[in-house]
Design a protein around this ligand. Structure first.
Ligand code: PMP
Length: 452
């Protein structure tokens, strides 16, 4: 590794960072993380903190998961690459597809299409949704419905169904034929209520109205996250997803669950779909599937869709889509080892238990700090929304949010900021002691930023 000064000086000279202004990265250099063990990361100055972000909601088992590392090393020696395009395939991706069909059986999903990450998985689901309707004799079903505040990655399809202007504006015009419903968000919504059930019902009515307006026979799919992640951890009322599923069914509209964050235990359930008791037609997932150790993703496909493709001998049913790294043997080997570890450690149960403790701790912070307008989350995905004025819900100033993060880091925990939200998404293997560390560090940050 080059010396510290070289790295600090050169970081943003040649390297453009995702989701950041290049000039800001030059003026305010990000922390350079150089090593990690367990659930802790160490920066270039030798400071070690608890990773309250969990990589990017993907390192669910922490950084010292030897079985995954070993699987990657072994696969690298055996077969470092071979494609799954038509004429060839490889053993790890066959085995992984078999394992995933078992894993996602309760969600009604039985076929796997491999990708290189979350955005690819979303793109795959959107494309397969349109193609399914063609195969099924309804080629005019091309439109998509999505939720405001939803995040679905950065490809043009995903950006088009994205529900946040911040991720859309600079890249418009996007895909035509995409319509957005309000998010099921009690804290901020256009319905004048904080009652989750009422909000769910109101969005259901808007969905029905949009379907009537567009014509059901023009709509391919509804895409949503079972818990909205990047949009600020919005947990819908328990009636919301079953209602959306029922409306989709009644109108022949597919439901795509974007579970890039929520699959594999983060909500305290094994999938977000299972959490709410629905079966999606397609599911995009990635991130924790390889514990963040290798870029990899998958689009999971329901039996009904699979049957429609597999029984149709027409070229319409040929999948004219795929990535050089679809079914990458190293990623597949990493994923097989990850699934084994996730199951062995029962991380969903730990996420639910530690999540309940974190909930209590964060509620305590809200009681003590005026700065905290809202606490929301489930399992081990949480947000503190910071406000300048609780009654008016005015978002806290940027420097206030930044200060909370900086002081929390000094106090030994890295958390993430997104607008006025402080996001907490630690590895799912944290202990009760780690939860206490997170709450104490946030307490220190809020005290400093709130002037207490
Ligand atoms: N969908 C959701 C719900 C996500 O949270 C993300 C990433 N945060 C993506 C898609 C995109 O995944 P990736 O960054 O791996 O392309």
């Amino acid at each position: 590794m080059r010396e510290t000064n070289f790295l600090i000086e050169n970081n943003a000279r040649q390297l453009w960072h995702p989701m950041a202004h290049p000039a800001d990265m030059q003026a305010n250099p990000p922390r350079i993380i150089t090593s990690a063990r367990g659930v802790e990361i160490t920066d270039i100055h030798g400071k070690t903190v608890l990773d309250g972000v969990g990589g990017l909601w993907n390192v669910n088992l922490g950084y010292s998961c030897d079985p995954i590392k070993q699987a990657i090393k072994d696969q690298l020696d055996e077969l470092p690459y071979y494609s799954t395009f038509r004429g060839t395939t490889n053993a790890p991706s066959i085995e992984l597809a078999y394992e995933l069909a078992e894993w996602f059986k309760p969600d009604g999903l039985s076929r796997a299409f491999f990708t290189s990450g979350g955005s690819d998985s979303v793109e795959t689901c959107l494309r397969l949704a349109r193609q399914y309707h063609r195969v099924n004799g309804q080629p005019e079903r091309t439109k998509f419905i999505a939720l405001k505040k939803g995040y679905h990655g950065t490809h043009f399809g995903g950006a088009s169904v994205n529900g946040n202007q911040h991720f859309r504006r600079n890249y418009e015009p996007l895909l035509p034929g995409v319509y957005h419903l309000p998010a099921p968000w009690p804290y901020r919504n256009p319905f004048g209520t904080e009652d989750g059930a009422e909000i769910a019902a109101a969005i259901g009515r808007l969905f029905e109205e949009e379907i009537a307006f567009q014509g059901a026979d023009t709509i391919a799919a509804l895409i949503l996250e079972p818990v909205l992640g990047s949009g600020g951890i919005i947990v819908p009322h328990e009636s919301f997803l079953p209602l959306m599923r029922e409306i989709c069914d009644r109108h022949g509209i597919l439901l795509i669950a974007d579970e890039v964050i929520t699959a594999f235990g983060r909500t305290g359930a094994w999938t977000g779909s299972r959490l709410w008791g629905i079966k999606p037609d397609l599911m995009s997932t990635a991130k924790a599937i390889t514990n963040g150790y290798f870029p990899f993703g998958v689009a999971m496909i329901s039996e009904t869709i699979a049957q429609a493709f597999e029984s149709n001998k027409n070229t319409l049913a040929t999948i004219s889509h795929g990535y050089t790294y679809s079914g990458h043997p190293i990623g597949a080997a990493a994923a097989i080892a990850t699934l084994k570890e996730i199951r062995r450690l029962d991380v969903a149960t730990n996420a639910a238990a530690r999540g309940a403790e974190l909930d209590q701790g964060l509620d305590g912070l809200k009681a003590r700090h005026e700065l905290v307008g809202d606490v929301r989350g489930i399992g081990l995905m949480w947000a503190l929304e910071l406000v300048g004025d609780r009654a008016r819900k005015t978002p806290a100033a940027k420097d206030v949010v930044q200060k909370v993060q900086d002081i929390a880091y000094e106090a030994g925990v890295l958390v993430r900021t997104s607008g006025a939200n402080v996001i907490i998404s630690p590895p799912l293997v944290i202990t009760a002691g780690d939860v206490a560390r997170i709450v104490a560090a946030l307490d220190a940050g809020l005290s400093a930023a709130g002037g207490r």
